[in-house]
Write a protein that binds this ligand. Structure first.
Ligand code: DGL
Length: 280
């Protein structure tokens, strides 16, 4: 299965269940434009949010292997659900068997690292998929670093389907956004920082801003994941040397490539060309 892995250099891989990781790619490319990137969205099997641990792990593992086979030495899981449910097992069980020099990083740790500097009340809210909230990964990572912070999580199961179906601007979206925000602020009215713990959610930002009171910061992850990656590459020069620098980005989806090209317009400023990739 790992026979095709070549130990040379390659683009940085960014993986998500669908379009959400594009918000992470945007943040990373803004800060690190000189690198080459491959984006892979598993749109055919999205959403991952309410899938079991085993399924999210299997799907993510397959995607990481594909990206490795395409030459990536470093893969970022631009997906909280995959970071919560698959990252640790891939790092501990799979990487040692596949190739000890390759790396897979997630998006939860960089967010946990920064959050302590962004909240004054020490009450933080997490809006995420059911899988991410249930995994308690955020609570664990945050309280490890910032034991005085209290985390309240609320799952927003319909937000990803709304976004994946290009309904983020519709009046229907208002209803579901307002409902979840009201709920989390009722659960803990002291929240002064709200983590968008799903990479899709920044697409709903105009609506989210409408319902979040002034004085509560809304934290989208792209910027922080990018800073953390930059820092990682500065500290790991051996990995940095194995990430090619041509300023290119290639896009792959497991769904219909034309559909991805059209919907990606919501997420990206430029028109992109996308290739289909089968997970078989
Ligand atoms: N964008 C993903 C996340 O950050 C997953 C959304 C989904 O597939 O449910 O959690």
């Amino acid at each position: 299965m790992t026979g095709n892995l070549s130990p040379t250099a390659g683009p940085i891989g960014i993986f998500d269940s669908g379009y959400g990781g594009l918000t992470i790619l945007q943040g990373i490319r803004h800060l690190l434009p000189e690198y080459d990137y491959i984006y892979l969205g598993d749109n055919a099997r999205a959403p991952y949010g309410s899938r079991s641990f085993d399924v999210v792990y299997q799907f993510t593992r397959e995607a990481v292997l594909k990206l490795f086979e395409m030459g990536c030495q470093l893969v970022i899981l631009g997906c909280n659900t995959a970071s919560a449910k698959a990252l640790r097992t891939i790092q501990q069980n799979d990487l040692p068997k596949w190739d000890t020099r390759r790396r897979v990083l997630g998006v939860i740790r960089p967010t946990a690292e920064i959050i302590g500097t962004l909240t004054e009340s020490r009450h933080v809210g997490l809006l995420a998929t059911e899988g991410t909230v249930r995994s308690e990964s955020y609570t664990l990572e945050i309280t490890k670093l910032w034991p005085d912070i209290q985390v309240t999580g609320v799952a927003c199961p319909l937000w990803v389907p709304i976004i994946e179906n290009n309904e983020a601007d519709s009046p229907g979206a208002d209803y579901f956004v307002e409902k979840r925000i009201r709920h989390i602020l009722e659960l803990d009215p002291k929240i002064d920082a709200l983590i968008l713990g799903c990479t899709h959610y920044p697409i709903l930002m105009p609506k989210i801003r409408k319902y979040v009171p002034a004085g509560v910061q809304i934290i989208a992850q792209g910027e922080y994941v990018a800073k953390s990656l930059k820092d990682y590459l500065q500290r790991h020069t051996d990995m940095d040397e194995r990430c090619t620098k041509g300023g290119s980005t290639r896009y792959y989806t497991t769904e219909n490539s034309k559909k991805f090209e059209e919907n990606a317009r919501i997420f990206l400023p430029e028109v992109i060309a996308v290739s289909h990739l089968s997970m078989e």
